[in-house]
Design a protein around this ligand. Structure first.
Ligand SMILES: C[S@@+](CC[C@H](N)C(=O)[O-])C[C@H]1O[C@@H](n2cnc3c(N)ncnc32)[C@H](O)[C@@H]1O
Length: 210
C-alpha cells in the first residue's frame, strides 16, 4: 500500500527530501527508492542469477525491474507487469494491465512459457482505502493471486518473492506458501521504512506440493 495518501503532501515531500534511500536511488539512476529493497534482498539471499527469466509483478515505475535486468545479465530476460504504464527501460519487456485478469496472465505465459520462469517477484500493493481490514484483505488477495501464478509458472526449484502487510491473514498465507516451497523466510530490508507494516516473504525451491 502506498504511504503517500496517508500523509499530508508537504510532510511526505519533507520526508522524501531527507530520506537517504531516495537520494541514493536518484544518484544511481533508479526510478524508485524501492529498488534498494530488491538490492538488499538479493545481496542477502542471492535470488538473481545470470540468464534468469524473471517476471516482475506490480513493477511501475520500474526500480525493481532495473535491478533485475542488471543482475540477470548476460542472457537474462525480465517481463514487467503493472496497471500503470512503465516508461521504457532498455532490455525490459512490459505488459500494461491488471494482473488479476486472466487475459493478462495469459499474455505473460505466452511471453515466458509456463514452467520456464526462474523468479517471480511481486511488489504489488493495492490502492489504500484507509480502512485497515479492507486494505489488509486486498493486499493478501494480491499476494495470493501472485502465489497461484508462481506455482503455475515457475520451473521446479524456482523462487518467489512477495510483499505483504502484517496481519493475521499474512501468517496464514505464509503457511500456505510453505507447503509449495522448500524454504520460506521473512525479510524486512533496512530500506523498508520501520513505520511501514510491509515485509517480504522469500520462498525458494518450488516443488509440486507432494
Ligand atoms: C509499490 S509499487 C511497486 C514499485 C516497484 N517495485 C518499483 O521498484 O518501482 C506497487 C505497484 O503495484 C501495482 N499494482 C497494484 N495492483 C495491481 C494489479 N492488480 N495488477 C498489476 N499491478 C498492480 C500498482 O499499480 C503499483 O505500481
Amino acid at each position: 500500500m502506498s504511504e503517500k495518501p496517508r500523509m499530508a503532501a508537504n510532510s511526505w515531500s519533507r520526508r522524501q527530501a531527507r530520506d537517504p534511500f531516495v537520494k541514493k536511488a536518484n544518484k544511481a539512476g533508479y526510478r524508485s527508492r524501492s529498488a534498494w529493497k530488491l538490492i538488499e534482498l538479493d545481496d542477502k539471499d542471492h535470488l538473481i542469477s545470470a540468464g534468469d527469466q524473471i517476471v516482475d509483478l506490480g513493477a511501475a515505475p520500474g526500480g525493481w525491474s532495473q535491478v533485475a535486468i542488471q543482475r540477470s545479465q548476460p542472457n537474462g530476460r525480465v517481463l514487467a507487469v503493472d496497471l500503470r504504464k512503465i516508461q521504457p527501460i532498455t532490455g525490459l519487456h512490459t505488459i500494461e494491465g491488471d494482473f488479476t485478469d486472466q487475459d493478462v496472465r495469459n499474455k505473460i505465459l505466452k511471453f515466458v512459457g509456463s514452467g520456464q520462469i526462474d523468479l517471480v517477484l511481486s511488489d504489488m500493493a493495492p490502492n489504500i482505502s484507509g480502512v485497515r481490514d479492507t486494505d489488509q484483505a486486498r493486499s493478501v488477495a494480491l499476494a495470493r493471486a501472485s502465489f497461484k501464478f508462481a506455482v503455475e509458472s515457475l520451473r521446479l526449484g524456482g523462487t518467489f518473492v512477495v510483499k505483504l502487510f502484517q496481519g493475521s491473514e499474512a501468517e496464514i498465507f505464509r503457511r500456505e506458501l510453505e507447503s509449495f516451497f522448500q524454504r520460506c523466510v521473512v525479510r524486512k530490508p533496512g530500506s523498508s521504512r520501520a513505520d511501514s507494516a510491509e515485509f517480504y516473504l522469500v520462498a525458494r525451491g518450488m516443488h509440486n506440493g507432494e
